[in-house]
Design a protein around this ligand. Structure first.
Ligand SMILES: CC(=O)[C@@H](O)[C@H](O)COP(=O)(O)O
Ligand SMILES: NCC(=O)COP(=O)(O)O
Length: 260
């Protein structure tokens, strides 16, 4: 368990952990039958550069991360006991088969349909609660932490806690869209209110979607208690220019600046 991303343990290191989502490495790999770029090599280089975790979202259509990637990354991460493995997906689809097989540190439940372009909303609570409760209980019984992908709705946080999930992941697309616009402060205030409501319910907070080197520092500086950000699309795009190692180091600098 990584001390940087285990507030449940009572160890509150102020710095947020970086979990690199390698979906887009797999997406590029899948456009030829050559096995390059390697997903596990990308993860290895990101971990060597200081990433505290790896995230994947093995979608039912296998457009990017596939079952073999999930297994290969689990094997890789055995050599990185301080790093965390986060597997995202919809527990009403294919997520639980991966959780049962590889027992990651964290399962992030995302309410995506099978053919979605990308993730674009959080769970609807309490309406979705009955469907989620058994899957949450199963994951916890397997020793896997559960995080629910949520829009920044303060009123939903009590329902998350009542379900027994340990964390939320704040869906940050609306922040990314507002960043640099006149709505920035208003949108950020909404995330801060949702984070405070989550903390008041004893939940730990993750965040992700469309985070990048421009919008990350302000978010972490203003939104209290973010324990982990999972970042993929922008980070992998940056790595096409800078390389994985320098990119991870630059994202870590963006994180550190939030606490300076
Ligand atoms: C849940 C979320 O916001 C992302 O982690 C998601 O994995 C993005 O999926 P794509 O990489 O398929 O766009
Ligand atoms: N949960 C968010 C994630 O893993 C990556 O999202 P993105 O950075 O690819 O938008």
């Amino acid at each position: 368990m990584n001390p940087l991303i285990a507030p449940e343990s009572g160890r509150h290191d102020a710095r947020c952990a970086l979990s690199v989502n390698v979906n887009k490495v797999a997406l590029l790999r899948n456009t030829r039958h050559l096995g390059i770029p390697s997903v596990t090599r990308a993860a290895q280089l990101c971990l060597e550069a200081g990433a505290q975790g790896i995230t994947v979202h093995p979608r039912p259509d296998a457009r990017h991360v596939r079952a073999d990637d999930v297994r290969d990354l689990a094997a890789l991460l055995k050599a990185w006991p301080q790093a965390e493995y986060n597997i995202e997906g919809n527990p009403t689809q294919n997520l639980l088969e991966f959780i049962r097989e590889v027992r990651p540190h964290q399962a992030t439940f995302v309410p995506d349909g099978e053919d979605q372009f990308t993730s674009d909303h959080g769970w609807n609570l309490p309406a979705d609660a009955a469907r989620l409760r058994p899957s949450i209980a199963e994951c916890k019984g397997l020793g896997v932490r559960v995080s629910l992908f949520m829009d920044p709705l303060p009123e939903a946080m009590a329902h998350v806690a009542a379900l027994g999930a340990e964390r939320i992941e704040l869906y940050t697309e609306t922040w990314a869209s507002a960043f640099g616009t006149p709505r920035e402060a208003e949108v950020l205030a909404g995330f801060t209110a949702a984070a405070r409501a989550a903390l008041a319910q004893g939940l730990a907070i993750n965040a992700g979607h469309d985070l990048n080197r421009d919008n990350l520092t302000r978010f972490l500086r203003e939104v209290p208690g973010v324990a982990e950000v999972s970042i993929g699309h922008a980070l992998i795009a940056d790595a096409l220019e800078l390389g994985y190692a320098e990119t991870v180091r630059d994202y870590q600098r963006c994180i550190q600046r939030a606490y300076a």
